[in-house]
Design a protein around this ligand. Structure first.
Ligand code: SAH
Ligand code: SF4
Length: 364
């Protein structure tokens, strides 16, 4: 057995193991890592891909994260909020096309009107679809009361990325004020867990100053907080952000390297966490046309196809090169189904696709 094979077959991984896997450079070794992660995926979650229709509710945001294109201080963004009825019709599209789950994502707001609207939407969605869809929210940091109201109104899952588990790095990529506190973010993850959500988190890879050790610690952090779902991807510069200006546009080589690092993180996370749901995210697709499919082959088992009406898509640009800006949900769906078939996987139609990890943890 080679040194690599010995690492792949471990049950408990040390930080050094993870750093060495993330640092692999020989394409053949990297391929072996992806294959090993794929085997773990087959064993613990199978080869069914779960689809979550993604609705980008609004690009209005009260925060100013240094990396994000829709940050409050970016004045070159036409701000939109999708009408209530339009969201409901997108949900019905999701149901009719047999996606088992949906994700509602948005810039962060915590005003009463926003909290009420999300609550009302959750109730309406369940009413219109007979409680059949899994519902995930990705609406940032909120109070315990807000998370509780949304949970009671029918939200099952919540995605809140830690962005980086290195507190220092977190501070460098956010303004240094109370609204952008690492401790609040950690506390929010605890609140969600306490309220019975299936909890998802994740990080960006390739942030300026981020090391392989940071990423290894991120994976160990996921394990330590016993997370159910992972949504993570490469950091991609956006021209009109402080971090994007510092980094500049990626060259083709930088894009390729960012994809490889993103795929390695998926693979290592699968090896260590085994039975969680891991999304192959749009950021991978933004950097490489087949990035999302490669994510599935490196251990991911969830895709979040964008079903937001194309008229809003250009307004929701977290980073440069957002894919499928003009491709409507029907076109995306056909292309996606074909590409999943091409890599020999199948789609979990009509099923919510809850994380096996969550099922074991809660006995549901
Ligand atoms: N406002 C919510 C949800 C929208 S942002 C929130 O912040 O949780 C969702 C995710 O997009 C963020 O967690 C971040 O990891 C990612 N993101 C933002 N800007 C990005 C960029 N430039 N490159 C890659 N991912 C980015
Ligand atoms: Fe707002 Fe989320 Fe972007 Fe931060 S990452 S600026 S909270 S949309």
């Amino acid at each position: 057995m080679t040194v690599l094979d010995k690492i792949f077959n471990k049950d408990e991984f040390t930080k050094d193991d993870l750093v060495s896997l993330l640092s692999l450079e020989d394409p053949l070794d990297i391929e072996k890592l992806f294959k090993a992660a794929y085997q773990v995926k087959l064993k613990h979650v199978g080869k069914t891909v779960w689809l979550r229709g993604l609705i980008e509710l609004s690009n209005i945001c009260t925060k100013d994260c240094f990396y994000c294109g829709i940050r409050k201080s970016n004045k070159n963004v036409d701000r939109f909020t999708i009408d209530f009825d339009e969201v409901v019709s997108e949900v019905i599209w999701i149901k009719e096309h047999r996606y088992g789950s949906l994700v509602m994502q948005s810039g962060e707001r915590s005003d009463e009107k926003f909290v009420d609207t999300v609550e009302a939407l959750l109730k309406e969605i369940h009413l219109k679809t007979g409680n059949s869809l899994g519902v995930t929210l990705s609406l940032g940091e909120q109070t315990l009361e807000t998370y509780e109201r949304w949970r009671k109104a029918g939200a099952h899952r919540y995605l809140l990325r830690i962005e980086s588990s290195n507190r220092e790095l977190y501070r460098k990529i956010h303004p240094d004020n109370k609204l952008h506190s690492y401790d609040t973010r950690l506390e929010c993850l605890r609140r969600l867990r306490k309220l019975g959500y299936q909890v998802g988190t994740g990080v960006m890879q390739g942030l300026p100053g981020q090391t392989m050790e940071d990423l290894a610690n991120d994976v160990l952090f996921f394990k330590e907080i016993d997370i159910d779902m992972i949504g993570m991807g490469p950091y991609i510069p956006h021209n009109e952000t402080p971090l994007g200006k510092q980094v500049g546009d990626y060259s083709e080589k930088q894009k390729e390297d960012a994809v490889t690092l993103g795929l390695k993180m998926i693979a290592v996370t699968r090896l260590v966490l085994k039975d969680v749901n891991i999304a192959s995210t749009t950021a991978l697709q933004a950097l490489s046309p087949l990035g999302r499919e490669h994510g599935l082959l490196a251990g991911a088992n969830v895709l979040m196809p964008n079903v937001t009406d194309t008229k809003f898509r250009s307004g929701y640009q977290l980073y440069n090169d957002k894919p499928a800006l003009n491709e409507n949900a029907d076109e995306s769906r056909l292309a996606l189904e074909k590409s999943i078939e091409n890599i020999g996987e199948n789609i979990g139609y009509d099923l919510q696709g809850n994380a096996n990890h969550w099922k074991k943890r809660t006995g549901e």
